[in-house]
Design a protein around this ligand. Structure first.
Ligand code: FMN
Length: 197
């Protein structure tokens, strides 16, 4: 009888702990989403391998059509290689002080076969997870375009030895933010069509 009561009490305590934590988790998720911004001003400090692994793990947690997970990731921290990449990426603003870059790659042959577009859609979702995880760790980053520019994709493939059939979707610049970049308020009521367009 005593054991049963103790079990019940423990169950209630555990249940209390779980429900007490839920609002905190929800608030934290929204604050990360709304504080994310494209960071182009970096201090020049490096990003740890542990943080990079956490960030990519978040990328891999993204949804994908038929759970095909057609993505793969190239992580570069070597300054010389980053500089070589920068030479062919005219819009990679702030890359000279980035601590690392992640190239989100996608394989159309591994994506849901009903459309090649799924390769891009899935890798884009992984990329957003990467950007959110970066923000959550107090780091900054932004998506620099590679796809759909043939010249940029060719350059990225050549520098990093990426096979021709793989699409290097983007080059995500990562680093320690100076604090200069701020989130934008993009909420526009008139973009919501309640019930019917
Ligand atoms: C597909 C895509 C391509 C982008 N390419 C670049 C780029 O080449 N260079 C850059 O500085 N920012 C690039 N961005 C970042 C956007 O400029 C940025 O997300 C947008 O201005 C909104 O700002 P925010 O991210 O701070 O909310 C890209 C974003 C996306 C989604």
């Amino acid at each position: 009888m005593r054991i049963t009561f103790a079990c019940l009490l423990m169950g209630l305590l555990l249940a209390g702990t779980v429900s007490a934590k839920e609002p905190e988790i929800v608030k934290d998720t929204f604050s990360v989403i709304h504080s994310r911004k494209s960071v182009r001003s970096f201090t020049g400090a490096s990003v740890s391998k542990e943080d990079l692994d956490k960030i990519i793990r978040a990328g891999m947690a993204a949804p994908s059509a038929v759970n095909k997970q057609p993505w793969s990731f190239v992580v570069v921290t070597d300054k010389k290689v980053i500089d070589t990449l920068a030479a062919g990426l005219s819009t990679a603003r702030g890359i000279e002080k980035a601590g690392a870059v992640i190239i989100v790659c996608t394989d159309p042959e591994k994506a849901h076969m009903e459309s090649k577009d799924f390769a891009i859609i899935d890798a884009s979702l992984a990329s957003e997870n990467i950007l959110l995880a970066t923000e959550a760790l107090g780091l900054g980053g932004h998506w620099t375009a590679s796809y759909p520019y043939e010249d940029k994709m060719k350059h990225v493939r050549t520098v990093l030895g990426i096979p021709a059939k793989i699409i290097p979707l983007n080059v995500i610049l990562l680093g320690v933010p100076t604090g200069e970049d701020k989130p934008k308020d993009k909420y526009q009521k008139d973009k919501i069509h309640w019930g019917k367009w």
